[in-house]
Design a protein around this ligand. Sequence first.
Ligand SMILES: [Zn+2]
Ligand SMILES: [Zn+2]
Length: 138
Amino acid sequence: MPGRLKVLFRLLTSVLNAVVDPLRKNPDSDSLRLSSAEIHTTTNDGDVGWGRRPPARLRCPRCGADCEQHHPLDDIDCPRCVAEFSHEEFPELELLFLSCPVCGTRMEHGRRHPEAFDVPEWATCHGCRYHWEFKHSY
Ligand SMILES: [Zn+2]
Ligand SMILES: [Zn+2]
């Protein structure tokens, strides 16, 4: 009798293992994990807030040369005529474009409330799909 029970038990565990194993070693679960990692990366591929604004290329109002403002709180220095502008003067300078911080591509930017803001409120990279959003709190 105990021998038959043991056999039954072994049979049951092998059946259980057969059910559990595909879940453990299923290559599909690996690809599932991969795709959720991809989703994670896509949601990370973006920034919000002026402090995380992508680097800007501006036109020097004095000589017309291109000036790079990497960080939104950096002073804007013209490399040609050595004019200096504070970051608060950003809206007065002509914005040429923002550069994607991920792949360096020139981004498309725009405003959502042109009557209220004279700075870009969003920018999107068509190269790598990085997106930046000003997102003010009203
Ligand atoms: Zn200049
Ligand atoms: Zn990009």
